[in-house]
Write a protein that binds this ligand. Structure first.
Ligand code: TXA
Ligand code: MG
Length: 318
């Protein structure tokens, strides 16, 4: 398995356009995590995503779009969805809305659902790529299913072989944790399907109280009990570090060593989360003890990922 070529910055745009037009996969930088993109209009190209990730095919992909106009051809945004889009796009918000008949995203990208996940990503290189491509790009996080999401081009390069045509290196991801996913569907309150890089309170300031995900909502890998897992096992809310463990600290009271945020800032902790878990994995740690993180701000999303990473690996659906 040879690693895919990595192109720095804008050098990757034209080769990426050619690869996408040929139905191939391209790893793209976003402000949250790196994505594994294909032409959302081509079921064959999208099928390569599921194969490369080893992802169950019942799990729909997000269609990344250039702007609000492209979003509105793919899905039906009501006033509430427009308000959220207006406040947070481009940015780390995914809206799940009814799919539009005339949209380009193929059924496989939506996993056959009548709804579609839409996002205008904030990273300038990916925005440039989307503008030039002129259509939606289906892209999950660029990690093998169930593993840590990539926050650098090197993470992607290590994880995939020539099933990925190339990687666009846009530097380390700013947010470091996936987008917040909100469903805005007719006759229903907006629901927070996945906490993410925008806090619940920031979202609620725009759209009012968010309901929780229904247990009947689709069971996607990001919603599996065991997900986002490093190779090492995880122990949460640790106050001490046992002899066979390495510590991942949080806040000023943590002992010296890796610390998600020495000042106790959840935005900084989110940006460091996957990188530090990967670093501890790289040291061959068998077990990682993670200190408690408050549920405020991005803490809700961080704790969601940590709980899944700590769950027994043989657990299936929530
Ligand atoms: O930050 C992110 O969202 C990154 C970057 C690359 O954009 N993408 C990402 O994609 O995290 P992925 O596939 O790893 O997670 C997307 C989640 C999945 O859990 C999927 O089930 C959910 O979005 N999703 C997509 N379309 C949906 C739909 N129509 N209804 C409910 N959930 C949906
Ligand atoms: Mg993912």
């Amino acid at each position: 398995m040879s690693a895919p070529p990595v192109f720095e910055g804008t050098d990757g745009i034209n080769p990426a356009l050619a690869a996408l037009a040929a139905g191939r996969l391209v790893a793209i930088p976003t402000e949250t995590v790196y994505g594994l993109a294909a032409d959302a209009a081509s079921a064959e190209a999208v099928a390569h995503i599921y194969a490369a990730k080893g992802r169950p095919s019942f799990n729909p992909l997000i269609s990344h779009v250039a702007d609000l106009a492209m979003a509105a051809t793919e899905g039906c945004l009501d006033e509430r969805a427009f308000a959220l889009a207006d406040a947070f796009w481009p940015g780390p918000l995914t809206l799940v809305v009814p799919a539009n008949e005339g949209g380009k995203s193929c059924e496989l990208a939506r996993a056959g659902l009548g709804t579609i996940g839409l996002r205008v990503p904030g990273h300038p290189l990916t925005r440039q790529l989307l503008d030039a491509f002129g259509g939606p790009l289906a892209a999950p996080s660029a990690n093998p299913s169930g593993r840590l999401s990539p926050t650098t081009a090197a993470d992607v390069e290590r994880a995939f072989g020539d099933e990925v045509a190339l990687v666009i290196d846009g530097g380390p991801c700013d947010a470091g944790i996936e987008s917040a996913i909100v469903s805005v569907l007719p006759d229903d309150s907006p629901r927070l399907l996945r906490p993410g890089a925008i806090s619940r309170s920031a979202l609620e300031n725009v759209v009012g109280p968010l309901a929780d995900r229904l247990s009947s909502d689709i069971n996607a890998p990001g919603q599996l009990i065991s997900h986002y897992a490093p190779a090492a096992t995880l122990r949460l809310n640790a106050t001490t570090c046992r002899r066979d463990e390495v510590l991942l600290g949080f806040g000023p009271a943590a002992p010296p060593g890796l610390n998600l945020s020495p000042t106790g800032d959840t935005v900084e902790a989110a940006a460091n989360l996957y990188r530090m878990l990967r670093e501890l994995d790289g040291k061959g740690a068998e077990a990682i003890a993670v200190m408690a993180i408050p549920d405020e701000g991005l803490g809700e999303a961080i704790n969601d990922r940590l709980r899944r990473a700590a769950a027994p690996r043989d657990q299936t659906l929530t």
